[in-house]
Design a protein around this ligand. Structure first.
Ligand code: MSS
Length: 366
């Protein structure tokens, strides 16, 4: 069990009972607190900061926030207040840390030992990035990436490249990307990147740059370490490097959220097996549930709202269980034909875990 640490000041408003505080910059949602709504309440949403967040002062007057936009025909410095005049859209999407599920890797990769809870499904509202680019005369020729820079203050005396949070995603992300100032219908809090955040639906958490201060359309990927060697998928024993795949697309995934008390008996008879499933970079198609450790599977039913291709969906399978011990697993598939694998793909930093076996639950029925 994770240690019960206190919530840090910038996230004191989180629901303390629902969260596991790994550290002041890594806070996870407990598996038995996902609930059965379609959207994760903001006070239940995990937090992952690679650097200490900026001062709370930056969200006091959101419209005054300054962002520099370059790599367009007419580069400019503008404010959030001005961006709000350009356009408006919303997207509901899974926000998930690349390291979600790292806690299952047997070689104990360095980094937070997340289980399921470094993920949530939330609604961001802002202006489509495409509209912003068009308003500034269009993306400059030769641009291949969208590069966002976080607004943290870099500690003195270190090479900024080694710590700055600056990530690049392929230009194709422009179709869905937004610059967001609201989360679940409220001004974006500092903990989640307020006053302004770059949102790239279908891409891993790390690419969604908080307190964005510079957005650039670039020919090359960011030279920052977080782009060049961190968040790269490499074999165990091999360091991250620019030649290895970057943590971009979210893989298909699902997990049971109720009942999930390992070893704690569930009453025999009718049991509702409930969980969340998402297709990642492609829309979710279906999810199956097994009560015998993956020997046989039955299709689960969706319930709750369908909030679009980037959201997760809640599912339920009603089963009649006699007293005994059951190995319950869930297996999602997406519109691209990708199916959640039985095994995790081993890798040095413990990224992208979508193994259905790792997340299976031993259910004792009495
Ligand atoms: N941004 C910035 N600026 N900074 C930092 O640190 N982080 C990342 C993203 N963005 C950062 C940023 C990560 S890494 C993640 S996951 C995310 O974010 C989270 O979110 P939230 O809101 O939940 O906290 Mo992993 O892949």
């Amino acid at each position: 069990e994770a240690p019960a640490k206190a919530l840090p000041a910038y996230a004191r408003w989180k629901n303390a009972d629902a969260m596991i505080v790994h550290s002041a910059n890594t806070i996870e949602l407990r598996r038995d607190h996902f609930g059965q709504g379609s959207v994760t309440p903001t006070d239940y949403l995990y937090v992952r900061n690679n650097l200490n967040p900026p001062s709370e002062d930056i969200v006091k007057d959101p419209d005054a926030w300054v962002i520099e936009i370059s790599g367009v025909a007419n580069p400019m410095r503008t404010t959030l207040g001005e961006l709000k005049r350009l356009g408006l859209t919303s997207v509901t999407m899974v926000l998930q840390c690349s390291g979600n599920g790292r806690g299952y890797f047997p070689h104990k990769p360095s980094g937070t030992q997340w289980r399921e809870g470094a993920a949530g499904c939330v609604t961001f509202t802002g202006v489509p990035l495409k509209v912003v680019a068009e308003a500034l005369g269009g993306v400059a020729g030769g641009a291949k990436y969208i590069t966002g820079t976080g607004g943290e203050t870099i500690p003195e005396g270190i090479d900024p490249k080694t710590v700055m949070v600056e990530r690049s995603v392929p230009l194709a992300a422009l179709d869905d990307a937004i610059l967001a100032w609201e989360l679940n219908g409220e001004p974006l809090p500092l903990a989640h990147g307020g006053p302004l955040r770059m949102i790239v639906p279908g891409y891993m958490g790390v690419n969604n740059i908080k307190y964005i201060k510079h957005l650039a359309f670039t020919a090359e990927q960011s030279p920052a370490k977080i782009q060049q060697s961190s968040y790269r998928f490499t074999p165990v024993g091999t360091k991250g490097n620019p030649g290895a795949p970057s943590l971009w697309a979210v893989p298909v995934n699902s997990w049971l959220t109720s009942p999930v008390q390992q070893g704690k008996p569930v009453k025999a008879g009718r049991v509702q097996l409930v969980g969340v499933a998402f297709g990642g970079a492609h829309p979710i198609k279906g999810v199956e549930v097994s009560t015998d450790g993956g020997k046989t599977w039955a299709a689960a039913q969706w319930f709750g709202a369908d909030l679009g291709p980037f959201a997760w969906r809640n599912f339920v399978l009603a089963v009649d269980l006699k007293p005994g011990t059951y190995q319950v697993a869930t297996r999602a598939s997406n519109a691209q034909g990708e199916v959640q694998p039985r095994e995790r793909v081993e890798n040095e930093r413990g990224y992208n875990n979508n193994s259905w076996l790792d997340r299976s639950i031993e259910l004792v029925v009495a």
